[in-house]
Write a protein of this length. Structure first.
Length: 441
């Protein structure tokens, strides 16, 4: 084994710690906050930060960003852990901050995993934040709206850090192989496809990606002075079969098509299989959830109106807890969609209406249903003759008002099916059409 790898095995400092960025220029991702000219970057570069919360999933740079601030600031910087610190330790820190302020200095207090503090511990910070003894920077993986006291949260600016993209992580992994702090002194053979597989496997977490790469390098096949990382090495280090595919390429679209068409064909077993294929290949669960939300209206619609609510709930669950826990929520939604009665009447209705909308873009809104907020509009006849449907005397609460433009009178876009609950909508719509045929002028 090479000299560097022997040193790495004896070094307790993991690859992710050795490669932790020291400057904003080294920081990867979060361009919406740290790109040139962005607000947070300007505040850090000017050393004029105020109390703030960094909210984001693990491994996206919250602690790293705090470390960069610590190196740039002229303030006293205190690193405090919500896991090990209690009220006593907080009071000691606050006492030190007060003394620093008395001598004209300022104190930045970084609290990692601030959501782990209880209400009393969070309340202990509040008076010191209010009087300016400390500038509080909190890091949390949980929604601050639920986990941080309202009074404290109102005095902090929340910055949302997003999961790193596979491209961001690929860049980090490439740097790790070249950097002297990583494996730059080694000759390592690793196909870009494998690096991208590690990036996908990490699911937005740089720490996971670098740890996986480190494990792959340390377990790679050594041939003379070269370390070779193979697909088999990747599979062994991740305890999973390598399901590699380009998320922007043909296989990506083949798999989502297979999922969609299996649900449409009322085949829950096939649908769950394609779901698992995508998730285990590293597909973003939120992408799948969005497609299921679309399916709920495009292919189920009013045949089972609760399908949309379930799909949206599944999306929210995926967003809230992420992988791998959200697999069961997606499975519930996918099986529900597959078993539910099907109707594409909503999609057909919109496409029919879209065609007429594009061909009749200038058709005026009938005056009877125009809004008339001003005296002039009322004098021009806007809203004249409008009939409030709730005042109608018939059981269906219908009026004989014309709502389509003259050129489109009589058009019908929505044609409900007899499937599931949509049969009830069809029966009611038939009654509405009968009434209008007999009562329209």
């Amino acid at each position: 084994m090479s000299k560097l790898l022997n040193e790495n095995l004896d070094n307790n400092k993991p690859l992710a710690a050795r490669l932790r960025p020291q400057t904003l220029d080294d920081f990867v991702g979060q361009e919406h906050l740290l790109g040139e000219g962005k607000a947070l970057r300007r505040l850090i570069e000017a050393d004029k930060i105020s109390s703030m919360i960094f909210w984001g999933p693990p491994g996206v740079g919250k602690t790293t960003l705090a470390g960069i601030i610590a190196k740039r600031t002229q303030a006293q910087f205190i690193n405090f852990s919500a896991v090990t610190g209690g009220i006593k330790e907080i009071r000691e820190v606050m006492k030190s901050a007060d003394q620093t302020q008395n001598f004209g200095g300022k104190t930045i207090l970084f609290v990692d995993e601030i959501h782990r503090f209880n209400k009393a511990q969070q309340d202990a910070f509040l008076p010191f934040v209010e009087k300016g003894s400390i500038i509080l920077i909190g890091a949390t993986t949980e929604n601050p709206s639920f986990e941080i006291n309202g009074a404290l949260l109102s005095r902090c600016k929340v910055f949302v850090l997003k999961p790193l993209t596979p491209q961001d992580i690929f860049k980090l992994l490439t740097h790790a192989l070249k950097s002297p702090a990583g494996f730059g002194d080694e000759i390592i053979e690793c196909e870009p496809e494998i690096l991208m597989a590690i990036a996908e496997f990490a699911n937005g977490d740089a720490r996971t990606a670098l740890s996986t790469l480190e494990m792959a390098v340390l377990n790679g096949e050594i041939v003379k002075d070269k370390i070779i990382i193979t697909h088999e090495t990747f599979e062994q280090c991740t305890s999973r079969k390598s399901l590699l595919y380009d998320k922007s390429g043909e296989e990506h679209y083949n798999l989502i098509s297979a999922l969609h068409k299996s649900m449409r064909n009322s085949d829950p077993d096939a649908a769950v299989y394609w779901l698992a294929r995508m998730l285990e290949a590293g597909e973003d669960p939120l992408y799948i959830a969005r497609r299921v939300v679309r399916f709920a209206s495009e292919d189920v619609g009013l045949a089972e109106p609760n399908a949309l609510a379930m799909a949206v709930a599944a999306y929210q669950a995926c967003h809230f807890i992420g992988m791998p826990e959200c697999t069961v929520h997606l499975t519930q939604a996918v099986i529900h969609m597959a078993i539910a009665p099907k109707s594409n009447a909503l999609d057909v209705a919109y496409m029919r209406a879209r065609k007429d909308a594009l061909e009749h873009l200038a058709e005026p809104v009938p005056e009877v249903i125009r809004n008339a907020p001003t005296k002039l509009m009322k004098e021009l006849g806007y809203g004249k003759g409008y009939q409030y449907a709730h005042d109608a005397k018939n059981d269906l609460k219908l009026t004989n008002m014309q709502c389509l433009p003259d050129a489109l009178q009589g058009r019908e876009y929505y044609s409900p099916t007899e499937q599931g609950q949509e049969a009830k909508y069809k029966a009611r719509l038939d009654k509405i059409k009968d009434w209008k045929r007999n009562n329209l002028n």
